[in-house]
Design a binder for this molecule. Sequence first.
Ligand code: 13P
Ligand code: ZN
Length: 276
Amino acid sequence: MSICDLDVMRRMIRLCDDGWQQGWHERNGGNLTYRMTEEEVAEARPYFDAQPRPWVNMGVTGKNLAGAYFIATGSGKYFRNVMPDPEDSLCIVEINGAGDSYRIVWGLVNGGRPTSEFPSHFMNHSVRCEATGGACRVIYHAHPANLIAMTYVLPLTDRDFTRELWRSATECPVVFPGGVGVVGWMVPGGAQIALATCEKMKEFDAAVWAHHGLFVSGPDFDTAFGLMHTIEKSAEIWVKAHSVGMPIRQTIEDADLIAIAEEFGVSLRRDFLGDA
Ligand code: 13P
Ligand code: ZN
């Protein structure tokens, strides 16, 4: 028995491999964090290092996450290598009582630090945890090519992206009735992009990073992966439909979106329907 046999670690590792298989994680692209339950921490604790590594200040604060433990992908680590070598690619970090620093308690056996986007993940966990009454546990960032391609041709607004994605596949308004937020291009990896993303994640459970990728949140690995997958599939259909060289003749109309919402019992953001 090793820590990687624990159910939570297997789910973490599986998502990394699924994302790699989808082609969303070239080189070290993308990152994943999971906020552990108390039971999961208790199960993992016997495998923690005898001596935790030093505290590292994050440059952002999330008071509601004081004392939390996260499983995280390492900075510069390849999703491709997570399944064959999880101890080298992943870590578990503990958050301090002030909610502004972390320390590694397990993993990254050959050295390293959690993803460079840890400030963004951490702040998004803080916001989504608050917005969902503690249900949100997963933040997942990937580089799906079709969605990134859309950020070169569409206006970078929440409404434009949400409408185009909703109308590109019938299940979309059911899977993300709240829509998606859009963050304009920013330098990745710091507090600034973390704060800009958080503003969107107060309202949305997915945020597009222009010319970069997508951030999604969810209560568990399946839901977060499913949201990433659904949004990218919709983007792929959009890109294909707009690339075949023929005009768009018909689409899912606003009345159709409303009918889907009524049938499936979800409420769509009304300000994203009808004329702007
Ligand atoms: P990390 O290797 O630090 O996780 O960075 C990858 C990435 O996608 C940055 O946005
Ligand atoms: Zn990235």
